[in-house]
Design a protein around this ligand. Structure first.
Ligand code: ZEM
Length: 304
């Protein structure tokens, strides 16, 4: 049986969930002090399995609760995001995990200074592993533009949308024990901005091979390095880019969007809000009232 709450939630119930999410964002002992970035990544990886051709994967189901999806090496570290949200789920048991994960991401982005993002609910949770999408559908940061198109065209995104979505790397960091890559893209990784695009263009990124053999691109901010010398300054001042991030610079169709988003924060916010809302709707089919239509990849929904 699907988890079927008795009725569609009221606006007040949704506000209560958002308020609970806001309260847990401040995490002084975790990473850069915020649960926000990893919550955003959780929603992205939940949705980013979508395949338009087969209409499989997508933000419905919350399949990462199961080993088949949650244990995918591509999802390493996202158990922290799920654990942060457990008390919210306990306090608001009516909401499905699939709705909670996506709502938490838009709440976090807004709270970190980003744009308001349209969100609609009514997602349902899988009750077993049978509908979990196959592994291997998420992007590999070690690759380039061709790979990005292969992955994101499968979901139905355009070149412009790929660049806008990549701007999420304003947030958070890479963890050696999760992805193999190390470090953050921007100096203030808990503040949503277009800094990622500015840094991509402004700096002379140099290839660096980590001890593990993983290759990424780095830039050392000399001023910050001098300031922080006593506390191991060089590392604190080092920013990074993935090979896929660098491909946005070298690709003829991607680069103009990097330039526009670097110059125009408002345009980036507008485009990001639109494309992130689209991401969260992948795999969700709605009727004229906005209610989810039950399909193969969907459990029975709210009874409204
Ligand atoms: Zn990310 N991402 N991502 N991304 N991502 C990481 C971290 C974060 C790629 C990727 O390989 C990686 C999008 C697109 C792409 C976030 C959001 C979004 C990390 C580091 C890697 C390796 C993971 C770790 O070690 O913890 C690739 C190749 C992408 C293709 C373009 C999109 C789209 C995103 C949202 C819209 C966020 C917020 C993080 C930071 C997570 C954290 O824990 O701090």
């Amino acid at each position: 049986m699907a988890q079927t709450p008795a009725a569609a939630p009221t606006a007040a119930q949704l506000d209560a969930v958002k308020s609970s999410v806001r309260k847990l964002l401040h995490q002084p002992d975790y990473d850069d002090g915020s649960a926000g970035p990893v919550l955003v990544r959780l929603a992205w990886h939940a949705a980013g399995t979508y395949c338009a051709e087969t209409n499989t994967g997508g933000s419905n189901g919350a399949g990462m609760r199961y080993e088949a999806e949650g244990g995918d090496p591509a999802n390493a570290g996202l158990q922290h995001a799920r654990a942060f949200l457990e008390p919210v789920k306990a306090a608001h048991p009516w909401i499905t995990y699939a709705d909670l994960w996506t709502l938490a991401a838009v709440t976090a982005i807004e709270e970190m200074g980003g744009p308001a993002i349209h969100w609609a609910g009514d997602r349902t949770d899988f009750t077993d592993e049978s509908k979990v999408p196959p592994r291997g559908r998420l992007p590999d940061g070690a690759q380039g533009a061709e790979h990005l198109r292969f992955i994101f065209y499968r979901m139905g995104f355009s070149d412009q949308e790929i660049v806008a979505l990549s701007g999420a790397h304003n947030l958070g960091r890479c963890h050696g024990d999760r992805s193999g890559f190390e470090g953050k893209w921007v100096n203030n990784p808990t503040r949503f901005s277009n800094q990622y695009f500015k840094l991509l263009l402004a700096n002379d990124w140099k290839k660096k091979t980590l001890e593990s053999g993983v290759e990424q691109f780095v830039f050392v901010d000399e001023d910050l390095a001098a300031e922080g010398e006593e506390e191991g300054g060089e590392k604190a001042a080092e920013l990074m880019m993935l090979p896929t991030d660098m491909s946005l610079l070298s690709d003829k169709a991607f680069r103009p969007w990097v330039e526009r988003y670097a110059q125009d924060k408002d345009l980036f916010f507008e485009h990001f809000a639109k494309v992130f809302a689209k991401l969260l709707e992948l795999g969700i089919k709605r009727d004229a009232n906005g209610n989810v239509v039950n399909e193969e990849n969907v459990e029975e929904g709210y009874k409204s």
